[in-house]
Design a protein around this ligand. Structure first.
Ligand SMILES: Nc1ncnc2c1ncn2[C@@H]1O[C@H](COP(=O)(O)OP(=O)(O)OP(=O)(O)O)[C@@H](O)[C@H]1O
Ligand SMILES: [Mg+2]
Length: 402
Protein backbone atom coordinates (compact mmCIF):
# COMPACT_ATOMS: atom_id res chain seq x y z
CA UNK A 1 0.00 0.00 0.00
CA UNK A 2 1.25 3.50 -0.84
CA UNK A 3 0.64 6.12 1.79
CA UNK A 4 -0.19 9.55 0.51
CA UNK A 5 -0.08 12.33 3.03
CA UNK A 6 -2.63 15.02 2.26
CA UNK A 7 -4.76 12.78 0.11
CA UNK A 8 -8.02 14.64 0.53
CA UNK A 9 -9.65 14.19 -2.83
CA UNK A 10 -11.01 10.70 -2.33
CA UNK A 11 -14.67 10.39 -3.30
CA UNK A 12 -16.89 10.09 -0.26
CA UNK A 13 -18.22 6.62 0.27
CA UNK A 14 -20.86 5.77 2.78
CA UNK A 15 -18.71 3.42 4.81
CA UNK A 16 -15.32 5.03 4.33
CA UNK A 17 -14.74 4.76 8.04
CA UNK A 18 -16.36 2.78 10.81
CA UNK A 19 -16.15 4.22 14.28
CA UNK A 20 -17.27 2.62 17.53
CA UNK A 21 -16.85 3.88 21.06
CA UNK A 22 -16.82 1.89 24.27
CA UNK A 23 -16.83 3.88 27.49
CA UNK A 24 -15.73 2.53 30.85
CA UNK A 25 -14.95 5.85 32.52
CA UNK A 26 -12.27 7.01 33.02
CA UNK A 27 -11.37 4.99 29.92
CA UNK A 28 -12.86 5.33 26.45
CA UNK A 29 -11.87 3.08 23.58
CA UNK A 30 -12.56 4.29 20.05
CA UNK A 31 -12.27 1.60 17.42
CA UNK A 32 -11.51 2.89 13.94
CA UNK A 33 -11.75 0.92 10.72
CA UNK A 34 -11.49 1.82 7.05
CA UNK A 35 -10.30 5.21 5.84
CA UNK A 36 -9.63 8.17 8.10
CA UNK A 37 -9.55 11.04 5.62
CA UNK A 38 -11.15 14.44 5.13
CA UNK A 39 -14.59 12.88 4.76
CA UNK A 40 -14.35 10.74 7.84
CA UNK A 41 -12.35 12.96 10.17
CA UNK A 42 -15.30 15.12 11.32
CA UNK A 43 -17.00 12.07 12.85
CA UNK A 44 -13.96 11.43 15.01
CA UNK A 45 -13.60 15.13 15.81
CA UNK A 46 -17.22 15.16 16.98
CA UNK A 47 -16.56 12.31 19.41
CA UNK A 48 -13.48 14.07 20.76
CA UNK A 49 -15.38 17.33 21.20
CA UNK A 50 -18.54 15.93 22.72
CA UNK A 51 -17.81 12.71 24.55
CA UNK A 52 -14.61 13.10 26.51
CA UNK A 53 -16.12 14.28 29.82
CA UNK A 54 -14.62 12.31 32.70
CA UNK A 55 -12.30 10.46 30.32
CA UNK A 56 -8.61 10.43 31.22
CA UNK A 57 -7.56 7.29 29.34
CA UNK A 58 -8.29 7.45 25.67
CA UNK A 59 -7.47 4.41 23.56
CA UNK A 60 -7.61 4.54 19.78
CA UNK A 61 -7.77 1.00 18.47
CA UNK A 62 -6.69 1.31 14.83
CA UNK A 63 -6.60 -2.41 14.06
CA UNK A 64 -8.99 -2.07 11.12
CA UNK A 65 -7.71 1.27 9.87
CA UNK A 66 -6.15 0.92 6.47
CA UNK A 67 -5.69 4.53 5.48
CA UNK A 68 -5.02 7.81 7.26
CA UNK A 69 -4.58 11.17 5.56
CA UNK A 70 -2.95 14.34 6.91
CA UNK A 71 -6.37 15.48 8.11
CA UNK A 72 -6.73 12.22 10.03
CA UNK A 73 -3.27 12.65 11.54
CA UNK A 74 -4.23 16.12 12.74
CA UNK A 75 -7.24 14.64 14.51
CA UNK A 76 -4.87 12.23 16.31
CA UNK A 77 -2.79 15.23 17.36
CA UNK A 78 -5.88 17.02 18.52
CA UNK A 79 -6.86 13.98 20.61
CA UNK A 80 -3.39 13.96 22.13
CA UNK A 81 -3.64 17.67 23.03
CA UNK A 82 -7.07 17.17 24.60
CA UNK A 83 -5.85 14.30 26.76
CA UNK A 84 -2.77 16.22 27.79
CA UNK A 85 -4.94 19.17 28.86
CA UNK A 86 -7.07 16.73 30.90
CA UNK A 87 -3.89 15.27 32.51
CA UNK A 88 -4.85 12.01 30.88
CA UNK A 89 -3.26 9.69 28.36
CA UNK A 90 -3.76 8.67 24.77
CA UNK A 91 -2.71 5.27 23.52
CA UNK A 92 -3.01 4.12 19.93
CA UNK A 93 -3.06 0.37 19.82
CA UNK A 94 -2.90 -2.30 17.13
CA UNK A 95 -0.84 -0.02 14.92
CA UNK A 96 0.04 -1.98 11.77
CA UNK A 97 3.29 -1.48 9.88
CA UNK A 98 1.93 1.04 7.29
CA UNK A 99 0.50 3.33 9.95
CA UNK A 100 3.61 2.91 12.12
CA UNK A 101 5.70 3.93 9.07
CA UNK A 102 3.69 7.06 8.53
CA UNK A 103 3.85 8.02 12.22
CA UNK A 104 7.62 7.63 12.06
CA UNK A 105 8.08 9.47 8.76
CA UNK A 106 6.04 12.43 10.00
CA UNK A 107 7.75 12.52 13.40
CA UNK A 108 4.44 11.90 15.17
CA UNK A 109 5.94 8.80 16.78
CA UNK A 110 7.73 11.25 19.10
CA UNK A 111 4.42 12.61 20.32
CA UNK A 112 1.89 9.81 20.04
CA UNK A 113 2.22 6.80 22.29
CA UNK A 114 1.45 3.70 20.27
CA UNK A 115 1.61 -0.07 20.46
CA UNK A 116 2.23 -2.09 17.35
CA UNK A 117 -0.16 -4.67 16.03
CA UNK A 118 1.22 -8.11 16.62
CA UNK A 119 1.87 -10.59 13.89
CA UNK A 120 -0.58 -13.49 13.92
CA UNK A 121 0.96 -16.90 14.23
CA UNK A 122 -0.60 -20.34 14.15
CA UNK A 123 1.08 -23.16 16.04
CA UNK A 124 -1.03 -25.83 14.34
CA UNK A 125 1.34 -28.56 13.18
CA UNK A 126 4.36 -27.08 14.99
CA UNK A 127 6.39 -29.28 17.31
CA UNK A 128 6.00 -28.43 20.99
CA UNK A 129 9.45 -28.38 22.59
CA UNK A 130 8.43 -27.79 26.17
CA UNK A 131 5.49 -26.99 28.38
CA UNK A 132 5.96 -24.87 31.49
CA UNK A 133 3.75 -23.45 34.20
CA UNK A 134 2.86 -20.37 32.20
CA UNK A 135 3.09 -21.44 28.61
CA UNK A 136 4.47 -23.64 25.87
CA UNK A 137 7.47 -23.40 23.60
CA UNK A 138 7.10 -24.42 19.93
CA UNK A 139 9.71 -24.86 17.24
CA UNK A 140 8.74 -22.51 14.41
CA UNK A 141 11.63 -23.38 12.07
CA UNK A 142 15.27 -24.47 12.37
CA UNK A 143 16.27 -21.05 13.76
CA UNK A 144 13.30 -19.85 15.77
CA UNK A 145 10.99 -20.85 18.58
CA UNK A 146 7.94 -19.15 19.98
CA UNK A 147 7.25 -19.00 23.68
CA UNK A 148 3.49 -18.82 23.89
CA UNK A 149 1.86 -17.82 27.16
CA UNK A 150 -1.33 -19.48 28.35
CA UNK A 151 -4.49 -17.39 28.26
CA UNK A 152 -4.58 -16.91 32.04
CA UNK A 153 -1.27 -15.05 31.97
CA UNK A 154 -1.50 -11.26 31.92
CA UNK A 155 -1.52 -10.15 28.26
CA UNK A 156 1.25 -7.65 28.92
CA UNK A 157 3.69 -10.36 30.01
CA UNK A 158 4.88 -11.07 26.48
CA UNK A 159 5.60 -7.39 25.78
CA UNK A 160 7.43 -7.09 29.09
CA UNK A 161 9.47 -10.23 28.50
CA UNK A 162 10.44 -9.04 25.02
CA UNK A 163 11.49 -5.60 26.32
CA UNK A 164 13.52 -7.09 29.14
CA UNK A 165 15.14 -9.70 26.89
CA UNK A 166 16.22 -6.91 24.52
CA UNK A 167 17.61 -4.77 27.35
CA UNK A 168 19.41 -7.80 28.77
CA UNK A 169 21.03 -8.64 25.47
CA UNK A 170 22.23 -5.05 25.10
CA UNK A 171 23.53 -5.07 28.68
CA UNK A 172 25.75 -8.03 27.78
CA UNK A 173 23.72 -10.85 29.33
CA UNK A 174 24.34 -14.11 27.45
CA UNK A 175 20.81 -14.78 26.26
CA UNK A 176 18.90 -15.83 23.14
CA UNK A 177 18.02 -13.14 20.62
CA UNK A 178 14.42 -12.07 21.00
CA UNK A 179 12.38 -11.09 17.97
CA UNK A 180 8.81 -9.85 17.79
CA UNK A 181 5.80 -10.30 20.04
CA UNK A 182 3.19 -12.41 18.27
CA UNK A 183 -0.42 -13.32 18.80
CA UNK A 184 -1.84 -16.79 18.43
CA UNK A 185 -5.62 -16.56 18.73
CA UNK A 186 -6.08 -14.92 22.11
CA UNK A 187 -2.63 -15.96 23.37
CA UNK A 188 0.48 -13.80 23.30
CA UNK A 189 4.01 -14.99 22.65
CA UNK A 190 7.59 -13.96 21.98
CA UNK A 191 9.71 -15.24 19.11
CA UNK A 192 13.24 -16.27 20.10
CA UNK A 193 16.35 -17.52 18.43
CA UNK A 194 16.31 -21.28 18.84
CA UNK A 195 19.09 -22.50 21.10
CA UNK A 196 20.12 -25.97 20.03
CA UNK A 197 20.93 -27.09 23.51
CA UNK A 198 19.76 -28.89 26.64
CA UNK A 199 18.83 -26.94 29.71
CA UNK A 200 21.51 -26.96 32.39
CA UNK A 201 19.08 -28.96 34.54
CA UNK A 202 18.93 -31.75 31.96
CA UNK A 203 22.65 -31.52 31.35
CA UNK A 204 23.29 -31.98 35.07
CA UNK A 205 20.96 -34.95 35.17
CA UNK A 206 22.76 -36.56 32.24
CA UNK A 207 26.24 -35.81 33.62
CA UNK A 208 25.86 -36.56 37.31
CA UNK A 209 29.40 -37.96 37.47
CA UNK A 210 30.69 -34.45 36.58
CA UNK A 211 28.41 -32.56 38.95
CA UNK A 212 31.31 -30.82 40.79
CA UNK A 213 32.59 -29.30 37.60
CA UNK A 214 29.15 -28.41 36.23
CA UNK A 215 28.00 -26.76 39.46
CA UNK A 216 31.23 -24.73 39.57
CA UNK A 217 30.35 -23.53 36.08
CA UNK A 218 26.82 -22.69 37.24
CA UNK A 219 28.23 -20.66 40.14
CA UNK A 220 30.56 -18.75 37.82
CA UNK A 221 27.70 -18.02 35.45
CA UNK A 222 25.45 -16.68 38.22
CA UNK A 223 28.27 -14.50 39.52
CA UNK A 224 28.84 -13.22 36.01
CA UNK A 225 25.17 -12.14 35.75
CA UNK A 226 25.32 -10.65 39.25
CA UNK A 227 28.29 -8.51 38.28
CA UNK A 228 26.61 -6.86 35.28
CA UNK A 229 25.96 -3.23 36.17
CA UNK A 230 22.63 -1.71 35.28
CA UNK A 231 20.23 0.92 36.49
CA UNK A 232 16.53 1.27 36.87
CA UNK A 233 16.11 3.14 33.60
CA UNK A 234 16.56 -0.18 31.80
CA UNK A 235 15.28 -2.71 34.35
CA UNK A 236 12.84 -2.48 37.24
CA UNK A 237 14.18 -2.10 40.75
CA UNK A 238 13.66 -5.37 42.63
CA UNK A 239 13.12 -3.74 46.03
CA UNK A 240 10.42 -1.41 44.63
CA UNK A 241 8.69 -4.36 42.96
CA UNK A 242 8.98 -6.44 46.12
CA UNK A 243 7.45 -3.67 48.28
CA UNK A 244 4.57 -3.55 45.76
CA UNK A 245 4.00 -7.31 46.14
CA UNK A 246 3.95 -7.02 49.91
CA UNK A 247 1.38 -4.20 49.68
CA UNK A 248 -0.79 -6.20 47.28
CA UNK A 249 -0.76 -9.40 49.34
CA UNK A 250 -4.09 -9.87 51.11
CA UNK A 251 -3.00 -12.15 53.95
CA UNK A 252 -0.56 -9.76 55.65
CA UNK A 253 -1.69 -7.30 58.27
CA UNK A 254 -0.32 -3.74 58.36
CA UNK A 255 2.40 -4.48 60.89
CA UNK A 256 3.59 -7.46 58.88
CA UNK A 257 3.70 -5.31 55.76
CA UNK A 258 5.72 -2.69 57.58
CA UNK A 259 8.10 -5.33 58.91
CA UNK A 260 8.72 -6.76 55.44
CA UNK A 261 9.07 -3.41 53.72
CA UNK A 262 11.47 -2.06 56.34
CA UNK A 263 13.59 -5.15 55.89
CA UNK A 264 13.44 -4.80 52.12
CA UNK A 265 14.44 -1.15 52.30
CA UNK A 266 17.57 -2.16 54.22
CA UNK A 267 18.65 -4.26 51.22
CA UNK A 268 22.02 -3.25 49.90
CA UNK A 269 21.54 -1.58 46.51
CA UNK A 270 24.08 -3.27 44.25
CA UNK A 271 23.20 -1.66 40.93
CA UNK A 272 23.67 -5.03 39.24
CA UNK A 273 21.34 -7.46 37.52
CA UNK A 274 19.34 -10.37 38.81
CA UNK A 275 17.32 -12.84 36.76
CA UNK A 276 14.95 -13.73 39.60
CA UNK A 277 14.34 -17.28 38.39
CA UNK A 278 17.91 -18.43 37.91
CA UNK A 279 17.46 -22.17 38.43
CA UNK A 280 19.17 -24.60 36.04
CA UNK A 281 15.93 -25.08 34.08
CA UNK A 282 16.22 -21.51 32.83
CA UNK A 283 19.79 -21.81 31.60
CA UNK A 284 20.74 -23.54 28.37
CA UNK A 285 24.00 -25.40 27.92
CA UNK A 286 25.31 -24.36 24.51
CA UNK A 287 28.49 -26.27 23.83
CA UNK A 288 30.72 -25.20 26.71
CA UNK A 289 28.91 -22.02 27.54
CA UNK A 290 25.73 -21.10 29.31
CA UNK A 291 22.89 -18.97 28.02
CA UNK A 292 19.93 -17.52 29.91
CA UNK A 293 16.27 -17.88 28.93
CA UNK A 294 12.95 -16.94 30.57
CA UNK A 295 13.84 -13.29 31.00
CA UNK A 296 10.55 -11.72 32.09
CA UNK A 297 11.46 -11.12 35.74
CA UNK A 298 14.92 -9.60 35.33
CA UNK A 299 15.58 -6.63 37.59
CA UNK A 300 18.26 -4.62 39.34
CA UNK A 301 18.87 -5.87 42.86
CA UNK A 302 20.84 -7.91 45.33
CA UNK A 303 21.86 -11.42 44.22
CA UNK A 304 20.02 -12.71 47.32
CA UNK A 305 16.76 -12.39 45.36
CA UNK A 306 18.20 -14.89 42.85
CA UNK A 307 19.70 -17.14 45.47
CA UNK A 308 16.31 -17.32 47.17
CA UNK A 309 14.59 -18.59 44.06
CA UNK A 310 17.44 -20.99 43.23
CA UNK A 311 17.17 -22.46 46.73
CA UNK A 312 13.40 -22.65 46.39
CA UNK A 313 13.56 -24.78 43.27
CA UNK A 314 16.59 -26.93 44.13
CA UNK A 315 15.83 -27.43 47.80
CA UNK A 316 12.18 -26.83 48.64
CA UNK A 317 10.58 -28.05 45.38
CA UNK A 318 13.00 -30.99 45.33
CA UNK A 319 11.89 -31.81 48.89
CA UNK A 320 8.32 -32.03 47.62
CA UNK A 321 9.44 -34.21 44.72
CA UNK A 322 8.66 -31.41 42.25
CA UNK A 323 12.05 -30.24 40.99
CA UNK A 324 12.22 -33.14 38.57
CA UNK A 325 8.76 -32.32 37.29
CA UNK A 326 9.55 -28.60 36.86
CA UNK A 327 13.09 -28.77 35.53
CA UNK A 328 14.03 -32.33 34.60
CA UNK A 329 16.73 -32.42 37.29
CA UNK A 330 16.11 -35.34 39.68
CA UNK A 331 15.08 -34.31 43.19
CA UNK A 332 17.98 -35.96 45.03
CA UNK A 333 20.50 -34.52 42.61
CA UNK A 334 18.86 -31.10 42.91
CA UNK A 335 19.38 -31.10 46.68
CA UNK A 336 23.04 -31.98 46.17
CA UNK A 337 23.37 -29.24 43.59
CA UNK A 338 21.97 -26.68 46.06
CA UNK A 339 24.48 -27.67 48.79
CA UNK A 340 27.35 -27.49 46.32
CA UNK A 341 26.06 -24.26 44.80
CA UNK A 342 25.70 -22.30 48.03
CA UNK A 343 29.10 -23.50 49.24
CA UNK A 344 30.67 -22.51 45.92
CA UNK A 345 28.91 -19.15 45.67
CA UNK A 346 30.07 -18.11 49.17
CA UNK A 347 33.50 -19.69 48.99
CA UNK A 348 32.94 -22.57 51.42
CA UNK A 349 31.60 -20.70 54.45
CA UNK A 350 31.86 -22.38 57.87
CA UNK A 351 28.59 -23.82 59.26
CA UNK A 352 27.80 -20.71 61.38
CA UNK A 353 28.42 -18.33 58.50
CA UNK A 354 26.33 -20.56 56.25
CA UNK A 355 23.41 -20.37 58.71
CA UNK A 356 23.45 -16.57 58.53
CA UNK A 357 23.67 -16.66 54.74
CA UNK A 358 20.79 -19.10 54.42
CA UNK A 359 18.62 -17.04 56.77
CA UNK A 360 19.10 -14.04 54.46
CA UNK A 361 18.44 -16.19 51.42
CA UNK A 362 15.22 -17.42 53.05
CA UNK A 363 13.96 -13.90 53.55
CA UNK A 364 14.27 -13.07 49.86
CA UNK A 365 12.89 -16.50 48.98
CA UNK A 366 9.71 -15.68 50.89
CA UNK A 367 9.35 -12.43 48.97
CA UNK A 368 9.50 -14.23 45.63
CA UNK A 369 6.82 -16.55 46.96
CA UNK A 370 4.60 -13.56 47.68
CA UNK A 371 4.94 -12.63 44.02
CA UNK A 372 4.22 -16.19 42.85
CA UNK A 373 1.23 -16.33 45.22
CA UNK A 374 -0.12 -13.14 43.67
CA UNK A 375 0.33 -14.51 40.12
CA UNK A 376 -1.47 -17.72 41.09
CA UNK A 377 1.45 -19.62 39.59
CA UNK A 378 1.09 -23.39 40.02
CA UNK A 379 -2.67 -23.33 40.72
CA UNK A 380 -4.64 -23.30 43.97
CA UNK A 381 -2.77 -26.12 45.77
CA UNK A 382 0.54 -24.44 45.14
CA UNK A 383 -0.92 -21.11 46.23
CA UNK A 384 -1.99 -22.50 49.58
CA UNK A 385 1.44 -24.08 49.99
CA UNK A 386 3.15 -20.79 49.25
CA UNK A 387 1.19 -18.99 51.94
CA UNK A 388 2.14 -21.63 54.55
CA UNK A 389 5.69 -21.57 53.30
CA UNK A 390 5.96 -17.79 53.70
CA UNK A 391 4.91 -17.94 57.36
CA UNK A 392 7.15 -20.93 58.08
CA UNK A 393 10.20 -19.34 56.50
CA UNK A 394 10.03 -15.83 57.89
CA UNK A 395 11.29 -15.24 61.44
CA UNK A 396 8.91 -16.37 64.21
CA UNK A 397 8.21 -12.84 65.42
CA UNK A 398 6.79 -12.05 61.99
CA UNK A 399 3.79 -14.37 62.31
CA UNK A 400 3.12 -12.96 65.79
CA UNK A 401 2.85 -9.35 64.59
CA UNK A 402 -0.72 -8.20 65.06
N1 LIG B 1 15.30 -19.90 22.85
C1 LIG B 1 15.01 -21.17 23.11
N2 LIG B 1 15.57 -22.16 22.36
C2 LIG B 1 15.29 -23.46 22.60
N3 LIG B 1 14.46 -23.86 23.58
C3 LIG B 1 13.88 -22.94 24.35
C4 LIG B 1 14.12 -21.54 24.16
N4 LIG B 1 13.41 -20.87 25.07
C5 LIG B 1 12.74 -21.78 25.79
N5 LIG B 1 13.02 -23.03 25.38
C6 LIG B 1 12.49 -24.30 25.92
O1 LIG B 1 11.22 -24.03 26.51
C7 LIG B 1 11.27 -24.31 27.91
C8 LIG B 1 10.39 -23.30 28.63
O2 LIG B 1 10.90 -22.00 28.42
P1 LIG B 1 10.77 -20.89 29.53
O3 LIG B 1 11.45 -21.30 30.76
O4 LIG B 1 11.20 -19.61 28.91
O5 LIG B 1 9.19 -20.86 29.71
P2 LIG B 1 8.26 -20.90 30.99
O6 LIG B 1 6.86 -20.91 30.51
O7 LIG B 1 8.66 -19.82 31.91
O8 LIG B 1 8.52 -22.27 31.60
P3 LIG B 1 8.63 -22.63 33.12
O9 LIG B 1 7.34 -22.22 33.74
O10 LIG B 1 8.86 -24.10 33.08
O11 LIG B 1 9.79 -21.84 33.64
C9 LIG B 1 12.72 -24.27 28.29
O12 LIG B 1 13.01 -25.07 29.39
C10 LIG B 1 13.39 -24.80 27.02
O13 LIG B 1 13.35 -26.22 27.01
MG1 LIG C 1 11.37 -21.23 32.77
Amino acid sequence: MVWKLGLTSRPKEEDDMKLETIVHAPRMTITLAGQLDVNAAPALEAVLDQQLHNITELVLDVDGLDHVSSVGLRVFLHAQQKMKAAHGSLLMKNVGQPIADILEVTGLDRILHFERKHRQLSVAGLQMIAKGANGECYKVDEETVVKLYFDFVDKECAEREKEIATEAFVAGVPTALSFDVVQCGTRMGVMYEMLKADTLALYMEKNVERLDEVVAMYVRFCKQIHAIPSDTSSFPDAVTLACGYVDACDFFNDRQRTFLKERLMRTERHGTLIHWDLHPGNIMMQGDSLCLIDMGDMAVGTPYFDLGQIKHVLHYCAGLGLCHKFTGLGDTNAMRVWQMFVAGYFDNPNPDALKVIEADIDFYRSIKNVYLYLCGSGGETMRARRKDFIFQTLPKEFAELR
